[in-house]
Design a protein around this ligand. Structure first.
Ligand code: APR
Ligand code: PHB
Length: 388
């Protein structure tokens, strides 16, 4: 088939881009390796910046987000028993919205028929071809048949393990840091222990108290990379979590069976430039952040915002320069979010290689944040999302 844009990957980035292009009357197709149920089974963070909410509003797909999303005016850093509230709304005039990424993906998936967005699920063995020129093409296998898609642009929204970045790896530079721990996450149908998020730094390690709704909580603790989920029966998880949270919050933790339990490694990664020739990269295909700053989804959506802008300028205003400027524009925001996520990870976790001086620096930084409006404002403006 022939189209204007071929999008690889139907996670939040691919679906959001597809809807934005269709809303501009630009022809596109989305090729997704997995089945819809599998895509929805992936449990991911759920703190939405303004850019993410506004794109859903622009598409008119924010009905559920409006009724089920939880606006949050602040969050907390805890250091032992001390709770440092970052008054995001008071310091920036903006707020974040807590709404599961799975739900955002579901809203985008449910609207594909009515919006005329073609998504091919279970598209296997996607391969990219001729991306150096202006007539790239993709082929894939579906229903036992090999299919070909000719497009003017290909956009890789295929996540960290997809084929798009790999197709241009020699054309760019990788920047990477792997952290010496992972996050063990539990989803449970119990009321949250606190109405706002708590990121806790305890001598035993990191903990995060988050939520999906007033009746569903999401908790994390950091664990060595050698740990396996089987090593963590529910009771052991709840004991460790409540040890690491400040006593007042820990006393409000309601225990319940884990609906989902998994260990995710933490990594900072950027591939630059975010594209080559007729291929653009968006979201996890181009960069990864540790979940500490809740930036993963929001960086994917700001990439998509820039990509949709550039492709619309190309197809509707004949502005070829817009696509050429995509990578630099997206990377400018990506690097600042990478810095924030890395610095908050550095502040809130115990690193095996750290000595007493490094620990003293963490305590001093938390002391500084607790006592400085300027320090809290810096954290707040990064957490709520830097300007797009
Ligand atoms: N062919 C087609 N689709 C593929 C292929 C492939 N070879 N490889 C991967 N995919 C699909 C995956 O199945 C997935 O549905 O691409 C999609 C990528 O989605 P995400 O990994 O969610 O990445 P992205 O859309 O950029 O969203 C970033 O998701 O992983 C979280 O923490 C991340 O919150 C961030 C957000
Ligand atoms: C989550 O609710 O899953 C979550 C929230 C904030 C983060 C990371 C994960 O920084």
């Amino acid at each position: 088939m022939k189209t204007q844009v071929c999008i690889i990957g139907a996670g939040p980035a691919g679906l959001l881009l597809g809807h934005l292009l269709r809303a501009e009357g630009i022809d596109c197709i989305v090729l997704e390796r997995r089945a819809p149920e599998y895509v929805l089974s992936r449990i991911r963070a759920g703190v939405l910046e303004r850019i993410t909410v506004s794109l859903m509003e622009r598409l008119g797909l924010d009905a559920r987000l409006k009724t089920e999303g939880l606006p949050h005016d602040g969050f907390n850093l805890a250091d032992g028993q001390r709770l440092i509230r970052i008054d995001v709304a008071g310091l920036t005039g903006k707020h974040v919205v807590v709404y599961g990424q799975t739900e955002l993906t579901r809203d985008l998936m449910d609207a594909r028929e009515e919006r005329g967005l073609e998504v091919v699920y279970e598209a296997a063995d996607v391969e990219l071809h001729d991306i150096d020129g202006d007539a790239p093409w993709v082929d894939y296998t579906h229903g036992g048949t090999r299919h070909r898609v000719d497009a003017r642009f290909i956009v890789g929204c295929d996540g960290f393990h997809g084929p798009s970045r790999k197709a241009i790896l020699p054309r760019g530079k990788e920047y990477s840091r792997e952290y010496p721990f992972g996050w063990l996450g539990v989803l449970a149908d119990v009321p949250p222990c606190n109405h706002e998020l708590i990121y806790s730094h305890h001598d035993r390690g990191f903990a995060l108290a988050s939520m999906r709704s007033a009746t569903r909580s999401r908790y994390y603790i950091d664990v060595p990379l050698t740990e396996r989920v089987e090593d963590w029966p529910d009771e052991r998880f709840w004991d460790e979590l409540t040890t690491r949270l400040p006593d007042e919050a820990a006393a409000r933790v309601v225990r319940g069976p884990a609906l989902e339990k998994s260990i995710a490694p933490l990594r900072s990664y950027v591939f630059a430039p975010m594209g080559h020739g007729s291929l653009l990269l968006c979201g996890d295909a181009a960069h990864i952040v540790p979940p500490t700053g809740a930036k993963g989804l929001n960086l994917a959506t700001s990439d998509v915002h820039y990509a949709a802008d550039a492709l619309t300028a190309f197809f509707k205003a004949g502005d070829a320069g817009a696509v050429a400027g995509y990578s630099a524009r997206a990377l400018s925001r990506v690097w600042k979010a990478e810095r924030f996520s890395w610095s908050l990870t550095r502040l809130m976790h115990r690193f095996p290689e750290d000595g007493s001086f490094e620990r003293a620096m963490q305590v001093a930084e938390l002391d500084y944040i607790a006592s400085s409006r300027a320090a809290q404002t810096s954290i707040a403006e990064n957490y709520v999302g830097l300007p797009v």
